[in-house]
Design a protein around this ligand. Structure first.
Ligand code: SF4
Length: 213
């Protein structure tokens, strides 16, 4: 059997630890966590519907299969630990099993391990994927339409309220929950990336605070 790539190994470990922790939590705590991500999910729905309305026709399957786009390339995206938490919170055990299975049986190729012929296998794909627009799409759709461009900029700013630690943010808080429970993962970028740690320190977030994003 082929050795699992480091990328796949890290993904698998993160999925397993998140599943183990979340499904062992009392229902009240699980409910609290689900409540905690509600506003983020609202944001994600708004972005998804914007993408669908303005980019769905352009981002055709043909674009994927002909490799003319940078979307969904192999090991091309950063997955934050919080992405995994949100996705597991929204997924059934069977859906998580599918992700684990695909990581175990991956035989390589040009596409992201999670891309199959029906699309992305995540229930809520990573934020980096949700916010990705290739240059071609940006030029064609946004560059000639000021209103859409400004709407997209607003989405970008909203994204930062959940992910960019110049103030307490959800993505940092979700990592905290798992660190406090004794878990660790290379995907915990908000606690491991030197750049993000410096940013947090500059904004006084190296001390523990609770987020309101
Ligand atoms: S996780 Fe999903 S959306 Fe992101 S690159 Fe992979 S298949 Fe594409």
């Amino acid at each position: 059997m082929a050795t699992m790539s480091e990328y796949n190994q890290q993904q698998k470990e993160a999925l397993l630890m998140v599943r183990q922790h979340l499904f062992g939590l009392p229902l009240s705590q699980l409910h609290k966590l689900k409540q905690r991500i509600r506003s983020y999910l609202g944001f994600r729905e708004a972005v998804a519907s914007f993408q669908k309305m303005h980019f769905a026709d352009l981002c055709s399957e043909k674009c994927f299969t002909s490799h003319t786009s940078a979307c969904c390339g192999r090991e091309g995206i950063i997955t934050f630990f919080a992405d995994v938490v949100v996705n597991v919170l929204l997924s059934t055990q069977e859906e998580i099993d599918v992700l684990l299975d695909i990581l175990d049986t991956d035989t390589g190729g040009l596409n992201c391990v999670y891309l199959n012929n029906t699309g992305c296998l995540w229930r809520a794909k990573p934020i980096v994927c949700e916010m990705f627009l290739c240059e071609h799409a940006k030029n064609l759709v946004l560059d000639n339409n000021k209103a859409l461009k400004s709407q997209w900029e607003t989405f970008r700013q909203r994204e930062r309220r959940y992910t960019w630690p110049t103030r307490p943010v959800l993505f940092d808080e979700l990592e905290d929950c798992f660190i406090e429970a004794g878990f660790d993962s290379p995907l915990m970028y908000l606690h491991r990336s030197p750049g993000l740690l410096r940013l947090k320190a500059r904004h006084g977030l190296d001390r523990k605070q609770s987020s309101n994003g």
